[in-house]
Design a protein around this ligand. Structure first.
Ligand SMILES: [Cu+2]
Length: 156
């Protein structure tokens, strides 16, 4: 097993990581995220959990409305997965969204907030094909969620 996969495997369950938004000072939102495999046939389906807080106060942001779209930074414009909507989970400032990627690798998740204020948060994440998915590459690890150290800042 490669060291890279070992590192991912050992990090389960992934900690929530921070992504910073770049909206107006004071209104900036931060999004921590984790994900779990949803066992889709593709092996690339994940349910994300997003915890949205105010950058300054750390207060959870309830009543947020946002869409989640996707892009592969290495293949800009090559993928056209439909965007999904963040759904409140009932926990403070916590939302979930299901995505079924059409290719493993490095992806960006673009969270576009309409409420409580306009903002955009871009999360970089590594998508791995789960064992049992069709045509899976025979990876020996079986993590449903993984750690990653990247986060990114972008402004619409
Ligand atoms: Cu691609």
């Amino acid at each position: 097993m490669s060291g890279t996969f070992d590192r991912w495997f050992l990090s389960i369950p992934a900690a929530f990581l921070l992504a910073q938004s770049a909206a107006m000072a004071g209104d900036r939102m931060m999004v921590r995220h984790s994900k779990q495999s949803t066992g889709t046939e593709s092996g690339l389906g994940y349910q994300y959990t997003f915890k949205v807080t105010r950058h300054g106060s750390g207060d959870p942001v309830d009543g947020a409305e946002f869409s989640v779209s996707t892009d592969m930074p290495s293949m800009a414009g090559a993928h056209h997965m439909p965007h999904v909507t963040g759904e409140p989970t009932g926990e403070p400032g916590t939302y979930k969204a299901d995505l079924d990627f059409d290719m493993p690798g490095a992806w960006n998740l673009i969270l576009k907030f309409r409420k409580p204020n306009r903002d955009q948060v871009v999360i970089s994440d590594m998508i791995d094909k789960q064992p049992g998915g069709k045509d899976h590459a025979g990876h020996g690890h079986s993590g449903g969620s993984m750690d990653h150290s990247e986060h990114d800042m972008k402004k619409e």
